[in-house]
Design a protein around this ligand. Structure first.
Ligand SMILES: [Zn+2]
Length: 455
């Protein structure tokens, strides 16, 4: 037992988490009531109010040094740290206090920013994403009453949901502030409530705009149609060539990947995705392979005349935005190059093709073991009654790849209370409060075990 460190047994931790839960839920309600939407066109005052509330919560968790730190071009992050006991590792805790806009209020059964408890769940924008992450950190830390078993650094971001890449630059410029042996990113969740999982893989992403030009100006489709090369028709042919009849990618150099672990069943996936009866899924391989370990190409925008604005014309120009999801370990730039080369090759009729507005972000593949993951497995097994499985996420969290690049020796652990039915970014977002308790318990047990294992 280390001097100055409060020695707590798993039973005591469990008791403390249960005893602290009502306070944690109250704190979560207070945060959810603040419409901290850090998007242009939304008032800034509530975002700053959420930063202040977060600061206060971190103080209440017994962290000695809490402050807001400016992030260039963004809202402040809230940062705190507590030194490591001698010989103990340091853990960085991440979450964000901003939220998605509520969207259409008519689609909400309860008002988005009036947190409402119904049947053991708390409804409201941000209840899961990611104010549940903020509260999980706070409640897990409170268990130790200021005598933490590990060094603690905590950063709560203020503008993750809107073009959230500013913190990445901050991480690159302030590595010492955030350096840690293990990093908990509390902005994910389990496939189902009470189905423990650790997210070990995230796909990367690339995107670009393709433009096709065929004519100096639009032409009457009666006078010229049938001989004049239509830019929209050319673009449609090019985009259609990206996939075969089964929906598998035809672009050379983008092979199908394999995910080691189970993904959703077809039935679960169809339900979750709202796929209409009689419409088949696309692509080959298991769903985990397709969603978490393979490339996916999606046309996300088209600049073409609208139906309402249609005139009888052959189009001289057409544009599309194309995104390429990339397997965790693959290079998004190479993938985008392959797709661009392919589109050039399949362009018909000698049309003029150009590309612009490239973006690329890497994915993430967690290391498989280490003391941190072992401690987390034990902690989750105790909190959930069974050990966690590995799952992937088809989406990207740019910050995670930045952290992985900046701190290659750190174990990055992605878990949280945002289960797949939490309706994040959608109306009627909710967090299951029993899930929140288990997540807090898992985090507190992790901190204790990880500190003890490496002491
Ligand atoms: Zn989030």
């Amino acid at each position: 037992m280390r001097c100055g460190v409060k020695f707590v047994t798993p039973d005591e931790i469990e008791g403390a988490v249960a005893a602290g839960l009502p306070q944690a839920v109250e704190d979560l309600k207070r945060l959810v009531a603040i419409p901290s939407v850090a998007f242009p066109g939304h008032p800034e005052e509530p975002v700053h109010a959420a930063a202040a509330a977060t600061e206060e919560l971190l103080r209440s968790a017994g962290l000695p040094h809490v402050r807001q730190i400016p992030v260039d071009g963004s809202f402040p992050a809230v940062y705190a740290e507590a030194p490591a006991p001698p010989g103990a590792p340091t853990v960085l805790l991440y979450a964000h206090y901003d939220v998605q806009p509520a969207g259409d209020p008519l689609l909400w059964r309860t008002p988005a920013f009036e947190p409402t408890e119904i049947d053991g769940a708390l409804y409201g924008r941000g209840a899961a994403d990611d104010k549940s992450g903020v509260i999980s950190h706070v409640a897990a830390l409170r268990v130790f009453q200021g005598r933490f078993p590990v060094g603690v650094k905590i950063i709560i971001e203020g503008q993750e949901e809107y073009a959230g890449e500013r913190l990445e630059a901050f991480v690159e410029r302030n590595p010492e502030l955030l350096r840690a042996d293990a990093i908990i990113v509390a902005d994910t969740g389990n496939p189902h409530v009470d189905d423990p999982a650790v997210t070990t893989s995230l796909r990367g992403m690339g995107a670009f705009t393709v433009e096709v030009r065929t004519l100096s100006e639009s032409l009457h489709s009666g006078t010229f149609g049938g001989a004049a090369p239509d830019a929209l028709a050319a673009l449609i042919r090019m985009l259609a060539a990206l996939h075969d009849d089964n929906g598998d990618i035809r672009v050379p150099g983008l092979p199908r990947g394999v995910f080691l672990g189970a993904g959703p069943s077809e039935e679960e996936f169809r339900k979750g995705a709202g796929v209409l009866d009689g419409v088949s899924l696309v692509g080959s391989g298991s769903l985990a392979d397709r969603l978490w370990a393979s490339y996916a190409i999606t046309v996300t925008g088209l600049d073409v005349p609208t139906v309402a604005g249609a005139i009888n014309a052959v189009q001289p120009v057409a544009r599309a935005r194309v995104t390429v999801r990339v397997p965790p370990a693959a290079d998004p730039r190479t993938a985008v190059e392959s797709v661009v080369d392919f589109l050039n090759q399949v362009a018909p009729w000698g049309v003029k093709v150009s590309f612009s507005d490239y973006v690329a972000g890497s994915g993430f593949l967690a290391d498989s073991g280490g003391a941190a993951r072992t401690a987390l497995n034990d902690a989750m097994e105790r909190a959930y009654g069974r050990p966690p499985r590995d799952v992937g996420t088809g989406g990207s969290i740019p910050l995670v790849s930045t952290l992985a690049k900046q701190f290659p020796a750190a174990s990055i652990l992605l878990f949280g209370a945002e289960d797949d039915d939490a309706s994040i970014h959608a109306p009627n977002e909710r967090v299951d409060l029993a899930e929140l308790r288990r997540n807090i318990l898992a985090e507190a047990l992790f901190l204790q075990r990880y500190g003890a294992a490496t002491a």
